[in-house]
Design a protein around this ligand. Structure first.
Ligand code: BG6
Length: 515
């Protein structure tokens, strides 16, 4: 890797429109990754930083300091991250086997978060690195560690003078990986504890789904087109389906972590509720963090879980069993043999406000399902059919607008048309927008967008403390009711989950989009 590659997000250096996202040497922060030997750093964070750097969004000279418990030299860390780039970077890793000069910006510092030691050593090391690299001393701390270390690390950073007070010449921000809490009380306690050392505008709670291009496109589609937004309400929409289906199970490595969490905490509380907010929110007064967070908060406050119905009527949880060649959840390493952890969850809820009153929102997520797909389907109401009854043809299908978040990213609209011929028939057809066809180049990874935003001080695509607490309130209520509900229903891997999820439609027409 000789000179910086010129290939940027869309195959060229940042365009003039993108140049306001370019960070100059003065504004660039040192990136300090706690948990640098973990999976996330090698798979996502370092490749994202490399891609931003290679595309010209970061200055030539940067400093990324990995912090973790293991003993390791800078050289060993650089070699490992070079291998990670070869495997995981979407834009390649450059021309040479050493990944230079990018990896010469990487450093390693050993620190045991459990030791009770102070961070004076890290503070001195950062000062040396920043001086040598000509950096201003701004700092972005990224906590890619188990959540029990969040508070100990933040309070050490505070006590040892690594966090500057807000409003000064140098900034310090902290990014928190999920899970942020495991119920409403722990999320509140965590928000309270980190507020001792950080103000809200220094806190970046990440949900990587908000960084996905196709999720950001929900804003563009809804608020940038005059013809669709007027239809997003109870007068036109029959129901909304949000699906996050994965084919993978525990991948031989996630069992112990997942077993204490389950689908509800792992992805409903964050990814699916965040997507729900973007689909249901009012247009914010401005596209800025405060206004966007305020609108998302209103949606979360309006979510109503049925009070009088038994939980089985509006929520189904499942657990995958074994199939030939596929271990069942209970056989996975790290999973308790009698575990009731759900690997699938589906629920029906309402956003009880003027726009959405009476429109069911059906959310589901699961592991070991038939297909990998994340999508939002806006299912419109059935049109009146009297005209077609006289022609004795099949009734037209209701229109569906589908945001495909992944894979095959795009948007499709299904409507009815007459096929050519003397007969008068009605047949559903689809208008498709596909990212791959409409735009060239690979899509930026979510972590690229989010790391760049955190370095620029823009928290619009992050979660505010009150949003997290509100989402946890809903999830905690479901978890509470599950204590008295039957155990998760078994489902076979490679299917669409427990068959009883079909009954959640209740008053809504239609069925899950299992195709
Ligand atoms: C993570 C969950 O947040 O998202 C994982 O913890 C899940 O269980 C992952 O597999 C899915 O992310 P993506 O970007 O691959 O859809």
């Amino acid at each position: 890797m000789g000179e910086r590659p010129t290939a940027a997000f869309w195959g060229a250096a940042p365009s003039p429109e993108q140049s306001r996202y370019v960070i100059g040497p003065e504004a660039m922060g040192t990136i300090v990754i706690f948990g640098a030997t973990g999976d996330l750093a090698g798979r996502k964070l370092i490749p994202a930083i490399y891609n931003l750097w290679a595309a010209g969004f970061l200055p030539r000279k940067i400093a990324v300091v990995g912090v973790a418990r293991k003993d390791k030299s800078d050289g060993e860390f650089r070699a490992e991250m070079c291998e990670a780039l070869k495997k995981h970077s979407r834009t390649g890793h450059g021309d040479s086997d050493s990944c230079d000069p990018f990896v010469s910006n990487l450093y390693y510092h050993r620190f045991d978060f459990t030791s009770g030691d102070n961070l004076a050593g890290l503070r001195a090391r950062l000062a040396d690195i920043e001086q040598a690299a000509g950096l201003s001393g701004h700092r972005l701390f990224y906590l890619a560690v188990s959540p029990e270390f969040f508070v100990p690390i933040v309070s050490r950073l505070g006590q040892d003078g690594l966090i500057y007070p807000p409003g000064g010449a140098r900034w310090a921000r902290v990014v928190f990986e999920k899970p942020f809490g495991h119920d409403v009380d722990s999320a509140r306690a965590l928000n309270g504890a980190i507020a001792q050392d950080l103000s809200e505008n220094q806190i970046y709670r990440i949900d990587h789904y908000l960084g996905k291009e196709t999720v950001q496109n929900i804003f563009a589609f809804r608020f940038g087109n005059a013809i669709f937004e007027p239809l997003f309400n109870q007068h036109y929409v029959d129901h909304v389906q949000i699906t996050m289906a994965e084919t993978v199970g525990m991948e031989g490595r996630r069992g112990a972590f997942y077993d204490g969490i389950g689908a509800m905490r792992d992805v409903l509380q964050n990814h699916l509720f965040q997507i729900l907010c973007l689909v249901a929110m009012e247009v914010p007064a401005r596209f800025r963090a405060k206004e966007v967070h305020d609108e998302k908060m209103k949606v979360l406050c309006s979510v109503a879980l049925p009070k009088d119905e038994p939980i089985e009527a509006w929520c189904v949880r499942g657990q995958y069993t074994s199939a030939p060649g596929v271990p069942g959840y209970l056989d996975e390493a790290g999973v308790r043999p009698d575990s009731h952890t759900e690997t699938y969850v589906a629920l029906r809820l309402f956003v009880d406000n003027w726009r959405w009153a009476g429109v069911p929102f059906l959310l589901r997520a699961g592991k070991a399902l038939a297909k990998r797909v994340t999508e939002v389907a806006i299912q419109f109401k059935q049109p009146p059919t009297h005209y077609f009854r006289e022609l004795s043809v099949a009734a037209p299908q209701a229109n569906a607008l589908v945001f495909r978040i992944q894979p095959d990213e795009g948007i499709s609209l299904t409507f009815n048309a007459k096929p050519p011929g003397m007969d008068f028939h009605i047949q559903p057809v689809t208008m498709d927008f596909n990212y791959g066809q409409a735009f060239s180049g690979s899509l930026p990874e979510a972590y690229e967008r989010l790391l760049l935003d955190a370095l620029r001080g823009d928290s619009t695509l992050f979660m505010r403390g009150d949003e997290i607490e509100c989402a946890w309130c809903l999830v905690t209520e479901v978890l509470r009711r599950w204590k008295e509900a039957p155990a998760p229903e078994p489902y076979r891997p490679g299917t669409w989950g427990p068959p009883s999820a079909a009954r959640l439609f209740g008053p809504a027409r239609g069925q899950w989009r299992d195709d």
